[in-house]
Design a protein around this ligand. Structure first.
Ligand SMILES: NC(=O)c1ccc[n+]([C@@H]2O[C@H](COP(=O)([O-])OP(=O)(O)OC[C@H]3O[C@@H](n4cnc5c(N)ncnc54)[C@H](OP(=O)(O)O)[C@@H]3O)[C@@H](O)[C@H]2O)c1
Length: 294
């Protein structure tokens, strides 16, 4: 069994960690609070800031299975964090294998079409372009070092403790179902099991859509979450009103519509989803225990 390193061990990292023997595991986080939280869960933390000088990245990596889950910086068109790591991990001290968690934003807007992993990569937002930059850097690094890399393209992540509660309580509007884009989702626990399956069975150089395969409109998502938590459904508005009332980041999500085909993930990774649709994933969620999406 190879040792495991999780770079960016937040919510998904902790769910992966729960499935790995603690003695095999090292988890990199940025803040002292997150390091303490991991320690209290019996996980050995390594505290380092991927934005700082590469010398702080002295995390032992040789022979490790690496899950790289840290997000790109919040601005710009490139992922400088990945660039630093790729410069640092060279020579003799190389991981055994690496799984990179990307996003479905790399596809850009697909006008609601069903898309598999062969679809063109045309990110429309800077958020998507940073992710594509990271994918490309990992691919180049893999070619240069020989370390196998598997890319996971992930849409909206949800779980009972990561639902849009604040947004629903604030009464922020949604588009009418006819105007609303398709969105795709994956339950956080299923994402954790897919990460492990990709490490074990993913094709080197391959990319996988990681979704439950049951896309619905974004409005339907907010309605279902509201109904499940016993909160009022959000008001429905037209696009012009939405543009005045919603944040730039929410508007960038509303500008993209696609339906993710997950068949490659199911077939090649041999995954059996615990939450194959939103109804299964929301069953048992209560407003008292629900918390906001990170
Ligand atoms: N939210 C979604 O629906 C969604 C969809 C697709 C993909 N994703 C991506 O999936 C990945 C995992 O998600 P998650 O929910 O587990 O995220 P999360 O809980 O926010 O965890 C992110 C982790 O990255 C670490 N990190 C961030 N910046 C860092 C830096 N400069 N140096 C070192 N560590 C740094 C954080 O450390 P600290 O806690 O110490 O800051 C944290 O441990 C993220 O890349 C996320 O962007 C999310």
């Amino acid at each position: 069994m190879n040792p495991v390193l999780i770079v960016g061990c937040g919510d998904i990292g902790r769910r992966i960690a729960a499935r790995v023997a603690p003695r095999r595991l090292l988890a990199l986080v940025r803040s002292a609070e997150s390091a303490e939280r991991l320690r209290s869960q019996g996980i050995t933390p390594f505290q380092a800031d991927l934005d700082a000088d590469p010398d702080v990245l002295d995390v032992p990596v040789a022979g490790h299975e690496v899950f790289y889950l840290a997000p790109p910086p919040g601005e710009g068109e490139r992922d400088d964090r990945v660039a630093r790591v790729c410069r640092r991990w060279r020579g003799d001290s190389l991981p055994q294998r690496l799984v990179y968690l990307s996003t479905s934003a790399v596809y850009g807007d697909c006008a609601g079409a069903w898309i598999d992993e062969s679809a063109a990569l045309r990110p429309a937002s800077a958020r998507g372009r940073r992710r594509l930059d990271a994918e490309n850097q990992w691919r180049r690094w893999s070619g240069e070092t020989g370390v196998p890399v598997v890319v996971l393209r992930v849409p909206g992540i949800y779980a009972c403790d990561r639902l849009p509660v604040k947004r629903l309580r604030a009464g922020l509007p949604v588009l009418s179902p006819g105007d609303s884009p398709y969105t795709n989702r994956i339950h956080a626990d299923d994402l954790a099991q897919v990460c492990l399956a990709a490490m074990a069975r993913g094709t080197a150089g391959g990319a996988y859509n990681v979704a439950d395969g049951q896309p619905t409109t974004m409005t339907d998502y907010f309605f279902k979450v509201a109904d499940c938590l016993g909160l009022p459904r959000p008001p429905v508005v037209d696009r012009q009103t939405a543009e005045q009332r919603l944040s730039a980041s929410m508007l960038s999500f509303l500008a993209e519509s696609k339906r993710l085909d997950n068949r490659l993930m199911l077939r090649q990774l041999g995954v059996r989803l615990q939450y194959p649709d939103l109804t299964a994933g929301l069953a048992g969620c209560r407003s008292e225990t629900a918390a906001d999406s990170p």
